[in-house]
Design a protein around this ligand. Sequence first.
Ligand code: OAD
Length: 236
Amino acid sequence: MTHRNIVVLTGAGISAESGVPTFRGADGLWEGHRFEDVATPEAFARDPELVQRFYNLRRAALSTVQPNAAHHALAELAARWEGDFLLVTQNVDDLHDRAHADPLPGMGFELIHMHGELLKGRCTRTGLVSDWPGDMAAHEPSPDHPDGWMRPHIVWFGEMPLHMDRIERALAACDLFVSIGTSGAVYPAAGFVDLARRAGARTVEINLEPSLGAGLFDEGLYGPATEVVPGFFAAL
Ligand code: OAD
């Protein structure tokens, strides 16, 4: 089977073997917190200290993890693929970015963090996004506006994921869609497979176990991402 335009969607499962915890543990909590206490605009308004502390810890933890074989396999594909290749990640870690720094991505390659990035902050007043490698205080003044505060550049529940137009255009034009390490519990990402199917694309799920939407895919490959992902893309 030959392919030209690829869209890959990744979720927390691709970073799990690097040591980044996934979201939906057996206890339904996210690192000991309820989602609504740390990942909503209302939580930030109510208790900015708790929310900033939560993201400060996760941001700091990034310095202790490294991209794994699955991130590297996608970077290798990006470097050699001659068609369009859009990599959409729901992950706010920077492991794809680091894997892609070397080798340099190919011409038709693009990476979108649809749920934002831990290493960036956003001015609440102007929306300007800037690099933010360190901690953010509960009331962190914005360098962009005297009346603005900084918040994590993270898409919280109830907010719109980023770059949806670009993603939907790529899905409508792709002939291969691969979803890696995502539970299929969060929309709109969970609906991408439908858009790809409507475009006539081959759809493949790679996950530890069948996800909630497994039945929507043409094929499912089940096992740890570091074992399954490199072989799948090497064979393209
Ligand atoms: P989840 O934690 O919901 O799901 C992770 C998936 O990865 C599960 O289906 C696991 O079976 C699978 N998995 C775990 N380890 C794996 C491994 N080594 N190899 C392959 N698969 C593995 O994470 P997401 O689907 O990414 O949003 O969650 C989606 C969104 O929910 C997140 O982006 C986040 C959260 O709310 C925001 O923060 C906006």
